[in-house]
Design a protein around this ligand. Sequence first.
Ligand SMILES: NC(=O)c1ccc[n+]([C@@H]2O[C@H](COP(=O)([O-])OP(=O)(O)OC[C@H]3O[C@@H](n4cnc5c(N)ncnc54)[C@H](OP(=O)(O)O)[C@@H]3O)[C@@H](O)[C@H]2O)c1
Length: 251
Amino acid sequence: MSTPTAVITGASSGIGAATARGLAGAGFRVVLTARRGDRIEALAGELTRAGHAAEARVLDVTDRAAVDAFAAALDRCDVLVNNAGGALGLDPVATGDPADWQAMYEVNVLGVLHMTQALLPALTASGAGTVLVVTSTAGHGTYEGGAGYAAAKHGARVLAETLRLEIVGRPVRVVEIAPGMVRTDEFSLTRFRGDAARAAKVYEGVAEPLTAEDVADTITWAVTRPPHVNVDLLVVRPRAQASNTKVHREA
Ligand SMILES: NC(=O)c1ccc[n+]([C@@H]2O[C@H](COP(=O)([O-])OP(=O)(O)OC[C@H]3O[C@@H](n4cnc5c(N)ncnc54)[C@H](OP(=O)(O)O)[C@@H]3O)[C@@H](O)[C@H]2O)c1
């Protein structure tokens, strides 16, 4: 019998990398995917040296042909963590760049769709599969400047909710994890296109934003419940964040 296998998208940094560590620690063989091969190779090597089963596969989740080839080459899949995603810009609706909106939709929604469609047969065949989608509190509300990202994350949330309705009765559960403010190395840097000062301002004065490990912990917890327990939705924020727009900042 081969080892239960978890595929993690966006495993080259932040929440995805921490989730790879968490699920490897929980006994899964982890298949790390992202566009940056050097990063996932390094993490897979680290996990392997620590005695875990880990592999790295370069994959762009917006490339359907590549996703299909990846799925065809996989011998089994018990867990799919759809984590790859992110935000671009913080522009108002009046001036937002349609290209940013399109890129956010492609990775946050169509990326999840491609991966889920490609791996659903293997997840079903596993007899106890889990599709997990990392959305955001931006999938449950909005904020000024956040329309493009919030629209995309609402899309990912609706995909998860609809899939749960459609596959009920099959041995696959659908879990949504919706984090609030998480201080990861790259999320805000990517959003502000490398502007480190602007990225740092997001977390300014916030005593303890969530860490990637905090979110990975909730993902690992949800995935390791007994198979009949479907954690539909878990919203997780730092204590200092009461809503998308109400954050306590110390002077
Ligand atoms: N940080 C937050 O405050 C926060 C809050 C709520 C939700 N989230 C969500 O949590 C997830 C992870 O965020 P994070 O904070 O860990 O950000 P991050 O460090 O920027 O990670 C994003 C990951 O997605 C991958 N990725 C991006 N585009 C991709 C593509 N086309 N194909 C494959 N992989 C791609 C990146 O890897 P490569 O560049 O190597 O491909 C990277 O590993 C995202 O879905 C994000 O929207 C984050």
